[in-house]
Design a protein around this ligand. Structure first.
Ligand code: ZN
Ligand code: ZN
Length: 88
C-alpha cells in the first residue's frame, strides 16, 4: 500500500492534530480509496475555541467536521499566500 502525503487545509497550524503543523499528513487510501474521515482537530465539532473561548471555524476541515482526502487544497496556494503576506 502506498501511503500518500496529502496537503492539509489548515496550511500548517501548530494546533492541527492532523498534520501537526507540517501542512501535510500521511494518508493510506486503503481498499476503498479516498474516504472522508472525521476531523481529528475539532473531533467533528466544526469549530475550535481560542484562548479567549471564542469559537472559530476549524481550519483543518474548513468547518465541515470531516476531512476529504480526495479534495486537498490546490497546489501552490500556500506558496502564493506566503508570497503575498511576506513579499518573498
Ligand atoms: Zn493541518
Ligand atoms: Zn475540524
Amino acid at each position: 500500500m502506498a501511503i500518500k502525503r496529502i496537503r492539509c487545509h489548515c496550511g500548517g497550524k501548530s494546533f492541527c492534530k492532523l498534520c501537526r503543523g507540517t501542512g501535510k499528513y500521511d494518508y493510506d487510501p486503503g481498499p476503498m480509496g479516498y474516504m472522508p474521515f472525521r476531523c481529528p482537530t475539532c473531533e467533528g465539532q466544526r469549530t475550535l475555541a481560542d484562548d479567549d473561548d471564542a469559537r472559530f471555524p476549524c481550519p483543518t476541515c474548513k468547518g465541515d467536521g470531516t476531512v476529504d482526502p480526495a479534495h486537498p487544497p490546490p497546489a501552490g496556494m500556500l506558496d502564493v499566500l506566503t508570497k503575498i503576506l511576506f513579499g518573498a
